[in-house]
Design a protein around this ligand. Structure first.
Ligand SMILES: Nc1nc2c(c(=O)[nH]1)N[C@H]1C(S)=C(S)[C@@H](COP(=O)(O)O)O[C@H]1N2
Ligand SMILES: [Mo]
Length: 224
């Protein structure tokens, strides 16, 4: 079979008729369930020399900090099982992530009380904004493992955020910096027509007029 046709066949979404009631309730409006894991990003997958890799903390903090990968590996880890939802209409249930709970990570950082928003800075030239309050939930992670294995390069190794209750563009792959802010500021997709809040259950996809994304566009992306 032709390669593309084969990919498409494998990517075939789970038909709504085949979902249990419980699955239907977990699926946000306008989404399709997939068992595969699509790969979506702008630009090229970065590769790192881990002896030089750092995560920078800056903005509304008492003191700027630079973490090495080793520093992060020494921190307590948690595992969460959660559902993820991409604005291009795919959802994936029961994804298992392991990493540092965001709430734990920032606990000792001396975040100033007037910091209300975070900008996640990622490679290559990506950023996305989320209110701090939202990041204190039990399932928000700085993640480095997925489904029992280290993150793959394409899914954000060595470190990504997982903010599962927002559309998945708010979960930055290849995270390099966390900026604490007094005022909100839009990130990459938020400046380009996508909704600032991005709650999948409220279908907060676009900031203005709906952008013209074909409903099956995601089935033509790479996945694993
Ligand atoms: N650094 C970076 N992170 C990113 C993106 C990106 O382009 N660059 N795309 C976002 C989008 S739109 C989605 S849907 C998810 C996809 O993650 P996945 O490829 O692991 O499925 O990554 C998000 N994080
Ligand atoms: Mo996305």
């Amino acid at each position: 079979m032709h390669k593309k046709a084969e990919r498409l066949k494998k990517m075939k979404p789970v038909a709504v008729g085949n979902l249990t009631e419980e699955q239907q309730a977990k699926l946000p409006p306008g989404q399709t369930l997939t068992e595969k894991f699509p790969i979506l990003h702008e630009g090229d997958v970065p590769h790192y020399d881990m002896s030089e890799w750092t995560l920078k903390i800056f903005g509304e903090v008492e003191e700027e900090r630079t973490f090495t990968y080793e520093d992060l590996m020494a921190m307590p880890t948690v595992t969460v099982n959660t559902d993820i939802h991409c604005v291009t209409r795919w959802s994936k249930f029961d994804t298992v992530w392991e990493g540092i709970l965001f709430r734990d990570f920032i606990a000792g950082l001396g975040i100033k009380p007037d910091a209300k928003y975070v900008m996640f800075h990622a490679d290559p030239d990506y950023d996305t904004n989320v209110p701090i309050e939202d990041l204190l939930k039990d399932d928000v992670l700085l993640a480095y493992r997925f489904n029992g294995e280290p993150l793959t390069d394409k899914h954000g190794w060595p470190l990504r955020t997982v903010v599962p209750h927002r559309y998945f563009w708010k979960s930055a792959k290849w995270l390099r910096g966390i900026e604490f802010m007094k005022e909100d500021r839009p990130g990459f997709w938020e400046r380009n027509g996508f909704h600032n809040e991005a709650d999948p259950f409220k279908e907060e996809r676009f900031s203005g007029e709906a952008l013209d994304i074909p409903e099956d566009e995601w089935t033509r992306k790479e996945f694993d």
